[in-house]
Design a protein. Structure first.
Length: 281
């Protein structure tokens, strides 16, 4: 899989930011087994690239991801059941950090780098799932979001029934999950489902600006540790979170990023954080 030919996903890196673009614009970037396979491969490339500090996920054309491809859904009906349409040797980005993350989409929790969804248009079903498993969401004004599953006679997909209540609260999550209604980006922002709504022609520049801020001003070792704290703490109790924070504090205060952060703070300059993996083979 190392030399995968990308057909429905684009992958590029610029200025410490990896950009993964779902690339089936003629089908509104609807999700297929091929797209799932290529997406995980691209995510693994970004995770393994020491020059990458932040990962951005977006869609080509006028959609983010309109959900499962209708032709694939028809195929499930014809076959009388679900077929993921993916090979056995899928890339495994984020795996091995915590067994609770070692499954579809939850693998995002095990990544060491923050992920930002740039929702440039409709995000439905699995498209909304993908956006929700990213750490941050910026949406184009007027973009339509929906869980979609109810209108297809399906359950909430890929753990969204676990994730949404933790993101936006039970009452609002129930509204989206039980009704499958469409909400615009502006209402989604009021619900705290998206971080920021931006005019469509400014979405990419705003996301790039935010990604550059993370890549240049925040210690990569801090980003890695904090992400894992957040998602492990979602699964554990307060005492576990406090104990974990204390262990990490003691460990990271001996590292070069802490020394550089303190020096930059006292010298009133921008920090120059190094490669957190520099000592690895």
């Amino acid at each position: 899989m190392a030399g995968m030919e990308l057909k429905v996903v684009r992958y590029e890196v610029a200025d410490k930011v990896a950009i993964i673009t779902l690339d089936r614009p003629e089908r509104l970037n609807s999700w297929t087994g091929r797209m799932h396979t290529e997406y995980r491969w691209a995510l693994a490339q970004a995770e393994g690239d020491r020059s990458v500090r932040v990962i951005v996920v977006t869609g080509a054309g006028r959609a983010f991801c309109a959900g499962a491809d209708s032709r694939a859904l028809s195929g499930h009906v014809e076959r009388g059941g679900y077929d993921a349409g993916t090979p056995e040797d899928l890339a495994r980005p984020g795996y091995g950090v915590d067994a609770r993350f070692d499954t579809d989409f939850a693998y995002h929790f095990g990544l060491t780098k923050p992920t930002i969804a740039a929702i440039n248009g409709p995000a439905a079903g699995v498209g909304l799932v993908l956006a929700c498993y990213c750490d941050l969401r910026f949406a184009a004004a007027g973009a339509k979001l929906t869980t979609a599953h109810g209108r297809l006679g399906l359950p909430a997909e890929f753990g969204l029934s676990w994730l949404l209540p933790r993101m936006i609260g039970l009452t609002r999550a129930n509204d989206l999950l039980l009704s499958s209604r469409v909400v615009l980006a502006e209402e989604a922002a009021d619900m705290d489902l998206v971080n920021e709504v931006v005019p469509g022609d400014r979405l990419r520049s705003r996301v790039n600006e935010y990604a550059a801020m993370l890549a240049s001003t925040v210690s990569p070792s801090s980003l890695r540790a904090t992400r894992h704290q957040i998602y492990r703490d979602l699964h554990d109790g307060a005492a576990d979170a406090i104990d974990r924070a204390q262990r990490l504090l003691e460990e990271m205060m001996t590292g070069p990023d802490f020394a550089e952060g303190v020096a930059a703070f006292t010298e009133k300059r921008a920090p120059a954080f190094g490669d957190p993996h520099a000592d690895e083979p």
